[in-house]
Ligand binder design. Structure first.
Ligand SMILES: Nc1ncnc2c1ncn2[C@@H]1O[C@H](COP(=O)(O)OP(=O)(O)OP(=O)(O)O)[C@@H](O)[C@H]1O
Length: 206
């Protein structure tokens, strides 16, 4: 079994404070201090993140096992020679491992070669860029986090990002990646040459 398939050990649950009291020492039950609303929100967000992460990981492992099983069943009922069957299964495992390796890679601004500036938005510039690994050209929209906070636009930007990520329409620009660093959010979109709608409308109307 390779490292991807290895089952992860569940982290030990945090020990409740009361349990830390020395054995035999009769302690009056004390109310634990409750964190501020902000802290409680962070705790809830972290809990959700961890749960989602492990759920996704379990699902991935299950799907991977199923893909292997399907291939094994297909090969068992085929005329493919035994040696060839072993090679095909090894090939599948190699591709699965490579896929997991690529998935683990956290994409960041260094994965792109920054080219010319093609526009300016409310929170920063839009640049043409080239993905180093594939050579693909995209439009990179860079949004300054502090500006978004000052103008109270965090929810609008989040909605824009979610909409671009979820809608699959030829009328809406495609979003390929989104990521952030300490200062900026980045949206990596399909590059649409030809200018924006407002310029087009002005040209057509005037
Ligand atoms: N995917 C893209 N392909 C090509 N050019 C783009 C792309 N996205 C943005 N641009 C260019 O960058 C400019 C600013 O981008 P965008 O309109 O998304 O920013 P914004 O912050 O929403 O701006 P505004 O507040 O003015 O609407 C656009 O007018 C356009 O010229």
């Amino acid at each position: 079994m390779d490292s991807e398939m290895a089952e992860e050990e569940a982290p030990a649950p945090a020990q409740p404070l009361a349990a830390v009291a020395e054995e035999g020492e009769a302690e009056e039950p004390r109310a634990l201090p409750v964190g501020s609303t902000k802290t409680m929100e962070r705790v809830a967000a972290a809990k959700k993140f961890i749960e989602d992460h492990y759920r996704a990981q379990t699902k991935n492992m299950q799907e991977r096992k199923e893909r292997r099983l399907i291939l094994e069943q297909q090969l068992a009922s085929s005329q493919v020679p035994k040696e060839e069957q072993i090679n095909l299964i090894k090939d599948l495992e190699r591709k699965e491992t490579e896929y997991m390796r690529l998935k683990r890679h956290r994409i960041c601004v260094d994965d792109f070669e920054l080219l010319t500036i093609i526009g300016r938005g409310a929170f920063g510039e839009v640049r043409l860029c080239r993905e180093k690994s594939s050579g693909n050209i995209y439009a990179m929209k860079k949004l300054k986090k502090s500006e978004m906070l000052v103008r109270g636009q965090v929810e609008h930007v989040r909605a824009e990002r979610n909409l671009l990520a979820e809608v699959g329409s030829h009328c809406i620009v495609k979003l390929y990646y989104s990521f952030q660093d300490a200062e900026y959010l980045y949206l990596i979109m399909e590059y649409l040459p030809g200018g924006d709608m407002m310029t087009l409308l002005i040209e057509r109307i005037l």
